[in-house]
Design a protein around this ligand. Structure first.
Ligand SMILES: [Zn+2]
Length: 390
């Protein structure tokens, strides 16, 4: 594995540092175009803002990915840079956010010192801006522009029902995948993410009047309760595998023995083996405990991003940080999922958390450290150049 580093990394960082004020202006434009995952018109408007910024920086219009036929959900954007006949380094991002329309009114884009706040600023609009600047300046400093593809989807926050297949497809043919999701604490990169499974367990009983003839009913809620209590035993003592009942419902009226009950269970596991094991254990536990007919829907949703997938790009990132004169931000294993899980499952060496330094994803205090946007963009640019072709 031989890496080819950018000829003058310090020059790359200087250029991106000079871009600082215009990065902030572009970030303000992008955050000011609200883009909740469920609002198609807002998503389309935000997509145009992003396309416009990218076109200005990269000198070419992005490909607009097709809308979903079934739902009309708008597709994302794709930029290709460098030679298109070589396997690209895949940059992955999303422009949808968890914030409903109107959030901006009470919480507009604001800068205070080096901190910017606003809906989606950390997750992950600053990462998108950094990625576009990275590709724009990389082109200026490389004699031969490396092949890259920047895929930006519109539905990551709701589990990538449409974008996920594209991420998988592009990751399959990529040299490596760099995910521009926000960093872990203090800018740490993310070298592992747990896998995610969820289940909906339904129990079917028999309804009866709770006062007149309760004995004739078969109480689905009581049967489900036994299952829920036992589920706790599947969480491992070290907390690596977690099994968490999150939502439940039962019954029809206050005086009827419930003929149905259900619970939703969220499961996280650190590796594929553990994920499959807990899947079988959960199914076995329900079968052994239930006294009434039951059905389990759902299952394994996202495979884990295992540490082995990140090892290669992480080592190259370390070298790049050195060459750029940056302090090594470190790396962390995290519980949350991203499209990075899909990239790793598709076989691409994958490094995540390369986006903005900040915090508070999905929280009211979400923020980004503006002073560190240039260095993060430089790290991504240097990585695109350095990640080896095989
Ligand atoms: Zn995100």
């Amino acid at each position: 594995m031989s890496a080819s580093y950018v000829p003058d990394p310090r020059d790359l960082l200087r250029r991106l540092t000079a871009d600082g004020p215009s990065m902030i202006a572009d970030l303000e434009r992008l955050v000011s175009a609200e883009s909740p995952s469920a609002d198609f018109d807002a998503l389309r408007a935000c997509r145009e803002v992003l396309a416009d910024i990218g076109t200005r920086l990269l000198g070419g219009k992005p490909e607009r990915l097709p809308d979903d036929d079934a739902t009309g959900r708008p597709g994302g954007l794709l930029w290709r840079t460098g030679p298109s006949d070589r396997p690209p380094v895949l940059l992955v991002g999303h422009f949808d956010t968890v914030w409903p329309l109107g959030t901006l009114e009470r919480r507009p884009f604001l800068v205070s010192g080096s901190r910017a706040t606003g809906p989606g600023v950390f997750d992950m609009k600053a990462g998108l801006i950094q990625g576009l600047y990275a590709l724009a300046r990389l082109r200026e400093v490389c004699a031969e522009e490396p092949a890259a593809a920047f895929l930006v989807t519109a539905d990551e926050e709701i589990g990538s029902p449409c974008g996920g297949a594209l991420v998988t497809e592009w990751a399959r043919g990529a040299r490596a995948a760099l995910v521009l999701e926000g960093a872990a604490d203090d800018g740490a990169l993310k070298h592992a993410r747990k896998g995610w499974s969820f289940y909906d367990i339904h129990v079917t009983g028999q309804a009866a009047h709770a006062g007149l003839e309760p004995g004739k009913g078969r109480n689905a809620l009581i049967d489900l309760a036994r299952i829920v209590v036992r589920l706790e035993s599947l969480t491992t003592a070290d907390g690596q595998v977690t099994v968490t009942p999150t939502m439940a419902g039962a019954g029809t009226t206050q005086n009827t023995v419930p003929d149905h009950a259900h619970v939703v269970v969220d499961v996280r596991a650190p590796d594929t083996e553990a994920q499959q094991e807990v899947d079988s254990s959960l199914r076995r536990l329900v079968a052994e405990t239930a006294q009434l007919p039951f059905e389990i829907t759902g299952g394994i949703n996202r495979p884990p991003l295992e540490e082995a997938s990140a090892r290669g790009p992480l080592a190259v990132a370390r070298d790049c940080a050195d060459l750029l004169g940056l302090a090594w931000p470190g790396s962390a294993a995290v519980g949350g999922i991203s499209d990075g899980n899909l990239c790793a499952a598709a076989g691409a060496p994958t490094l995540d958390g390369l986006g903005a330094v900040g915090g508070g994803a999905h929280a009211e205090h979400e923020w980004v450290d503006l002073a560190r946007m240039p260095e993060r963009a430089a790290l991504v640019a240097a990585l695109v150049a350095a990640l080896p072709a095989d």
